[in-house]
Design a protein around this ligand. Structure first.
Ligand code: PLP
Length: 394
């Protein structure tokens, strides 16, 4: 922890409780129960700066500490997390760990911004990217080892494995523990983007990942009112490199935004429990709907990722995707006809959002044209169902 005034949670609490207790100010007479927002770009020093001193607002801010402490406790990281200006700023920082001339193995259905950034780095000659079906363990292991099918790029074993599970937006489930072992055998670091799951549902560090990434914008903050990102790791060496990247690139979050994220985190468990339960209910009903060709949700027994998800996740998440009968136009019409669901991009807020992902030109072409991504919020499940059913019926 970088501040003595922050009180870690007592040991052995459930994560649901930790989300409420972590990062509180120390219990002292007249101390606030919530950390204050510190608006200062610079800090008093003691002469020549010593390690751990705040010095300047691009290196450190007391408002970041409670959020970073809370996220590290939730993810099971041994060191405080690092908050970033956005999820994508955290992606950029994580990609900086790939050495020049290295190899990045990445799911072909990763978040489009992560794919674009990796492609840009590759185009600039910094490293090469091998995109894989992350649900196909054999394919990923071959790409990690740089075996026969992958030698065409002229590179050897991988330097980094990127994991999203479930993937955005195809909801494929990776065998995280098997893949992290194979990556380490190949000498690669593992970064897991845990945005879709949250630490209440999947804990990649426990499954062997080296760094866990969040778009805090989504579930952690939870109210669609901030843009932030974060990285957590138990490795002192990696944390130092990532911290130094953040300071040098200035990819820092504003104190108010980080304070809002901690406020949002306090209700994470309630929000996730409710939205996840509703997502499961809607998925089951949508399977039988004549207007729907396919439902993607790892909680469905028939879903390709169901068995894996049941093993490594606590629940199945709050995102589901449907492929609407009638193609892109029919899917677009559903997104227009809903009255309660909001047709907007993003996910993980209290309000339910619906989006045809291929309306975005950068979305991978392998994502079906008629796929709608549904981010289930915390509204009444029957209200959400009624609205979706009327839009599908028209
Ligand atoms: N990772 C995933 C899985 C995302 O869905 C997103 C954004 O949608 C990001 C990273 C990027 O986060 P941000 O929008 O906060 O920069």
């Amino acid at each position: 922890m970088s501040s003595e005034s922050i009180f870690p949670s007592p040991a052995n609490l459930s994560r649901e409780t930790v989300a409420v207790t972590a990062g509180r100010p120390a219990r002292e007479p007249d101390a606030p129960v919530n950390p204050p927002i510190v608006l200062s770009s610079t800090f008093h020093g003691t002469g020549t700066p010593v390690p751990g001193e705040r010095v300047y607002g691009r290196f450190s801010n007391p408002t970041w500490d409670p959020f970073e402490e809370a996220l590290s406790e939730l993810e099971g990281a041994e060191l405080p997390a690092l908050v970033f200006a956005s999820g994508l700023a955290a992606v950029a920082a994580a990609l900086s760990l790939v050495p020049v001339g290295g190899v990045l193995v990445m799911p072909r259905h990763s978040y489009q911004g992560s794919l674009l950034l990796a492609a840009e780095e590759a185009a600039n000659g910094r490293f090469t990217v091998r995109t894989v079906d992350v649900a196909d363990t054999e394919d990923v292991v071959a790409a990690l080892r740089g075996s026969a099918a992958w030698t065409a790029d002229g590179f050897g074993p991988a330097s980094m494995l990127w994991i999203e599970s479930p993937t955005n937006p195809m909801l494929e489930v990776a065998e995280i523990e098997v893949l992290t072992r194979a990556a380490h055998e190949a000498g690669a670091l593992v970064v897991a983007d845990n945005t879709f799951s949250t630490p209440l549902v999947t804990r990649p560090l426990e499954l062997g990942a080296d760094v866990v990434l969040h778009s805090v914008t989504k579930y952690l903050a939870g109210h669609s009112d901030v843009v932030l990102g974060a990285l957590a790791t138990s490795s002192g060496e990696l944390r130092t490199r990532l911290h130094s990247y953040r300071s040098l690139h200035g990819s820092i979050g504003g104190p108010f935004e980080v304070w809002l994220a901690l406020r949002g985190l306090r209700t994470l468990a309630l929000r996730v429990q409710r939205s996840q339960a509703t997502a499961g209910l809607l998925a089951q009903r949508l399977v039988d709907h004549p207007g729907v060709e396919a439902v993607r949700y790892p909680g469905l027994p028939g879903d390709a990722g169901h068995e894996r998800a049941a093993k490594q996740m606590d629940g199945f998440g709050s995102i589901l995707c449907i492929e609407v009968a009638g193609g892109a136009a029919a899917a677009e019409a559903v997104a227009e006809k809903v009255r309660l669901w909001l047709p907007a991009t993003s996910l993980g807020g209290v309000e339910s959002l619906i989006e045809r992902r291929r309306r975005q030109p950068a979305e991978p072409q392998s994502v079906p044209e008629n796929l709608l991504r549904l981010s289930v919020g915390i509204e009444d499940a029957e209200d959400l169902w009624d609205d979706l059913a009327q839009a599908l019926a028209r």
